[in-house]
Design a protein around this ligand. Sequence first.
Ligand code: ARG
Length: 586
Amino acid sequence: MASVTSLTASVHQRLATALSATLPEADADPLLRRSDRADFQANGILALAKKAKANPRELATQVVDKVVTGGVIKDIEVSGPGFLNITVTDRAITENLAARAADPEGRLGVPYAETPGTTVIDYAQPNVAKEMHVGHLRSAVIGDSVVQLLEFTGETVVRRHHIGDWGTQFGMLIQYLDEHPHELDHKAGQVTGEEAMSNLDRLYKAARRKFDADEEFKTRARRRVVDLQAGDPHTLAMWQKFVDESKIYFYSVFEKLDMEIRDPDIVGESGYNDMLAETCRLLEESGVAVRSEGALCVFFDDIKGPDGNPVPLIVQKSDGGYGYAATDLSAIRDRVFNHKANALLYVVDARQSLHFKMVFETARRAGWLNDGVKAIQLAFGTVLGKDGKPFKTREGETVRLVDLLDEAIERASAVVREKAQDLSEGEITERGTQVGIGAVKYADLSTSASRDYKFDLDQMVSLNGDTSVYLQYAYARIQSILRKAGDVRPAAHPELALSEAERALGLHMDQFAETVAEAAAEYAPHKLAGYLYQLASFYTSFYDKCPVLKAETPEQVENRLFLCDVTARTLHQGMALLGIRTPERL
Ligand code: ARG
C-alpha cells in the first residue's frame, strides 16, 4: 500500500465524523476546500443548518467542539455566518510529504483508481499520403497525455490510431504508381521521414495532374478503386506500399514529438473492412438503419439541414460503397465486444462533432453502447495564428507540422544558448529540442481542449509566464541546488516550524494526487498543467524567501532541501504525465 492519505482527506474525515455526531440523520458533506484565510475552509454547515432548521453559527460551534485537535488539526474556528476555518499543524504537513517521498513505487503516494476499467483511446490519426498539420498535433498531444494520465491511475488503455488509409483517392494513386513503377523506389532502409513524405507528395501531385487532364487515366483510376475494394492482390500490394511509406513519415514526426507510437496500435480505417458488411446487416435487420434512395441511412429527429430536411448518417452509399461512418461503427463493435471497453474516447477536432453525435446515437440504438459503455468525443478547438484566424501560411496554405516543430526547436535552442553557462553544443541541441517540443505540447495542454488557442512561438518559449520553459527552469534550478548541496542530503524534520512560504508549498503538493485523479477522470490535462504552474510559482516564492543552503540550522538546510526535492519530483512526475521532459540542467 503505497498510497498516502492527503491532508485534505484527513481533515475531511475528521469534520465528517464530527458532523454526523452532531447531526446523525444528515448525509453530511462538510464541503472542504483550500482557502486563503486559513489552510482550509468548510462551507457545508450553512446548507445543513438550513435543512435542519438550526442556527448555522450554533451548529458550527457544536461541530467545532467535537473535532479532535492536535495531530493533524491545529486550530478550527467558526467564522462569518457559519463557515469553519481550519489550520493544520506544521508537523502534519512535513510528515505527509515525507510519506509521499518514501513511496516505494515512486508514485509520490498517488493512489490507483478504485475501480479501473478499460478505455480505448482513438488519437493521433493522420492520413496516408498526406502531410500532417496542426490539427493532427492537437489530437496526438492531448491523446498522449490522457493515455499517460489514465495508465497512471491503473486503467487498462488500448491505443488506437485510426489513420485515414482507405478511400477513392487510392485508386488514382495506385494506378499512377502502377504506370510509373519506379517513383517510390529508394535504397532499402535508407529513406527518412521527410524524404518519404516528399516522395508521396510528388506522386500525389503528379497523379492528380494526370487524373484531371487525362480521361482514359481517370477511367482506369476509377476501375482501380473497385479492384482495391474487391481485394485484388496486386492492387492491395501497391496500396500497402503507400501505407508503409506514409508510416515512415508518421513515425519520424511522432519521434520528433518525443511520443511513442506502436505499430500494432495503428489500426486504420482499412482495419475494419471485414466487418463493414455485417455492421450494415445488423443495422438494417434491427431497423436502426433504413434504405433511402438506395443508400442505407440512419435518421435523427433533431438533426436537420438548412432546408429543414433531415440529414441522415449514411452507412452505405447507393453504389454499395462504405464510408467513414461504416468504419467508425465497426470500430465501435470491435472496441466494445473484442476489447471489452467500458469507455471509448475519441480525441478528434470539434468540427467532426456532428459525425460522432450521429455515430454514437446509432450505436446506442443498436445496443452496442449502453449504460455500461460510454463513448465520448474529446472535441478540441482550432489552432489559430497570431491574428486569431485559423492557422495558415502567408500563401494561405495549411502549415506543415514538421516546419512548426523545427521552428519551435530552433527558437528554444536560442533561448537555451543564451542562458547556457556550462553546456556543450551537443547539450544545447538536446535541451533545445526538449524545451521546444515541451513548449509546443504545453501550450496545447494548458488550455482546455475544447477552446481554440493561438499558436504563438514567442509566447511559448518565454521564460516568464505559464510556459513549459518556466516549469523546466524551476526543475533544473532545484537540481542545481541539490548538486551544490553535495554530501548534505535532503531529510524531513517534522519537528521544525514552517514559514508561510514553506507551508503554502507543502499544502499545494498535498493536492497532487487529487489533481491527477481529477485530470484523469475528466480527461482534462489542463487541470494538471494549471496545478504544475502554480507549483512552480509557490516554489519560486519559497526560493525567494527561504534560503536553502544558507538556512540557519543544519536541520533546516536538510528540511528545505527535502522540500526542494519533493517539489522537483512532483514537477518531474507531473510533466511526464503531460509528455514533457524535465532536463536536469538548463
Ligand atoms: N483521420 C481523421 C482526420 O485526419 C481523424 C480520425 C478520427 N478518428 C475516427 N475514429 N474517426 O481527420
